[in-house]
Design a protein around this ligand. Structure first.
Ligand SMILES: [Mg+2]
Length: 214
């Protein structure tokens, strides 16, 4: 069970916006959870654009991460689709609104790739965090886009061949996010869900700086 992708199919090649200051991408990916990281989360899900509240500092944090040379890959569990509460279109509206608000706050706050897992927990989907399926697919889509290659089939599952993840990292507010990051062999940062990514951005940037000098 593969993840879904905002507004595109997984194998589409959709050109990314340039990194700030025309930086060259060096292979690092910032895997970011959405709810409780970029926007205020809710136990009852974010069910519509009306319920979307972007956290202070989120746009700036994304811009700073991109300015450090990373591509952004959102990896978000969205089981309400599998539960039949709402459909892909409803989620697309929320994700598009999130991107619009972030760019209004900071013109560099692009989300290059948004992946989501529509499955319910009892599906045991590889795409659902704490499994690393979304990170595996995100790595391959970003690699293919950057090298202008076509993807026909994904390496996916427990036998996924480990890539050089460079100084990629995962930011989330829950244990499942940390598990997904660890299972994908990247550094993890857990933020306070009431603060979001601004809670850990200085640690993230310290880590990415140190990775550059290795
Ligand atoms: Mg979350």
């Amino acid at each position: 069970m593969l993840p879904s992708r905002h507004l595109s199919s997984l194998t589409d090649i959709v050109e990314f916006p340039p990194l700030p200051n025309n930086l060259t991408w060096r292979g690092g990916i910032a895997y970011l959870d959405r709810d409780g990281v970029l926007n205020v989360g809710s136990e009852n899900y974010i069910n519509s654009v009306d319920e979307l509240e972007v956290l202070p500092g989120a746009a700036s944090a994304i811009a700073r991460i991109r300015n450090a040379g990373f591509r952004i890959c959102i990896v978000t569990n969205q089981s309400p689709i599998g539960r039949g509460l709402w459909d892909h279109q409803r989620l697309a509206e929320v994700n598009s609104a999130l991107q619009t608000i972030l760019l209004e706050e900071n013109e560099d706050a692009h989300l290059e790739l948004i992946l989501y897992s529509p499955y319910v927990p009892w599906d045991n989907a590889w795409a659902r965090k704490g499994n690393p399926g979304m990170l595996q697919v995100g790595r391959q889509i970003i690699d293919a886009t950057e090298s202008n290659n076509h993807i026909s089939i994904f390496e996916y599952g427990i036998d996924y061949l480990a890539r050089d993840e460079g100084n990629s990292f995962m930011v989330g507010d829950r244990i499942a996010d940390m598990k997904a990051g660890l299972n994908h062999d990247v550094r993890t940062f857990r933020c306070d869900q009431k603060i979001g990514i601004d809670d850990v951005i200085e640690r993230v940037l310290d880590f990415s700086d140190n990775g550059d000098t290795l």
